[in-house]
Design a binder for this molecule. Structure first.
Ligand SMILES: [Zn+2]
Length: 302
């Protein structure tokens, strides 16, 4: 399954020449997705050779400036450069108001269709699905309404065991039913579906979690993810600051990864106070070994 994640911006609060603010590009089964769009994102996209006219979906976690202020410039550039492809934005409801107000005042009329889908809910919620992809929103615990996202490969129909087709002389109609979960009846006996099919392939899952204070429920929602991005704005030395601003420490992010039994953890959204990420990594590693502090431009494939 094609999966590529590019870290477009990995910092928090203010964009600098070293780190852009939060944004990630995701190609998931050829669905082209932008997650968060802090100020400066369109230049970062150019820098990493990501063609923003081809984006189909934008997911905005919350309305703090370092996660969405880049959307105005990005939409304006898309329009000026002749975009016609429809764009869908998943976001807190107020973002639609802000964007529409801005268009009204500046008398801009887009030449492409823009659809908004509002995020809501106090638990894990399916917000998008097509043939190959499912996306869930999960509420974070932040100072304002904020959501994480889980991108998951869509469950495939089951593969039937070829030897069983011969053994039970299974018809075409029966094969279709079995692939969709049905059992088989032969001479009044029921042969269970599990006996006729091969074990399902593991479904790839990427979970994006920012901004949030330590919230154990997240571990449950992101369970068994292949890849988890979790914010780590601070270390335990700034625990008071983390609590006051509803952010996480590297240790807390590692604990979520461990409890959630994920395969790999990416840390980001670092406070500008850290010149290097060494301290954050040293804090997370003893709890969760397979961890990376991301840099702008980093790529991760499945
Ligand atoms: Zn925030």
């Amino acid at each position: 399954m094609p999966f590529k994640l590019i870290i477009v911006g990995s910092g928090s609060a203010v964009p600098t020449l070293q780190r852009g603010v939060t944004s990630q590009y995701l190609n998931f089964n050829e669905r082209r997705i932008l997650i968060d769009c802090g100020e400066g994102t369109q230049l970062q996209l150019r820098k990493y050779k990501i063609r923003f006219q081809r984006l189909q979906y934008i997911f905005i976690s919350h309305l703090h400036g370092d996660h969405f202020l880049g959307i105005f410039g990005l939409l304006a550039s898309m329009n000026l450069l002749g975009r016609t492809l429809k764009l869908i934005i998943f976001c807190p409801a107020d973002l639609e108001k802000i964007i529409q107000t801005q268009f009204e005042i500046t008398k801009v009329k887009l030449d492409f269709d823009l659809e908004f889908i509002h995020l809501e809910g106090k638990s894990k919620k399916l917000i998008f699905e097509d043939r190959l992809l499912e996306v869930y929103s999960i509420p974070m615990k932040h100072r304002i309404e904020c959501y994480g996202f889980i991108f998951r490969e869509k469950p495939k129909e089951q593969n039937i065991d070829a030897a069983k087709i011969e053994q039970y002389d299974i018809s075409r109609a029966e094969i279709w039913a079995i692939k969709n979960g049905a059992d088989l009846e032969r001479n009044g006996k029921i042969i269970p579906n599990a006996e006729l099919t091969l074990p399902p392939a593991k479904l790839f899952q990427y979970a994006f979690c920012t901004d949030t204070k330590y919230y154990e429920k997240i571990a449950e929602w992101v369970e068994d993810s292949d890849l988890l991005y979790h914010e780590a704005t601070f270390t335990e030395k700034q625990l008071d600051r983390a609590k006051a601003t509803h952010h996480s420490t590297a240790k807390q992010a590692a604990e979520i990864a461990k409890k959630g039994n994920v395969s790999k953890l990416l840390l980001g959204h670092f406070s500008a106070r850290f010149g290097s990420t060494r301290e954050l990594l040293d804090e997370a590693k003893p709890i969760f070994e397979n961890v990376v502090c991301v840099e702008d431009g980093d790529e991760f494939d499945a």
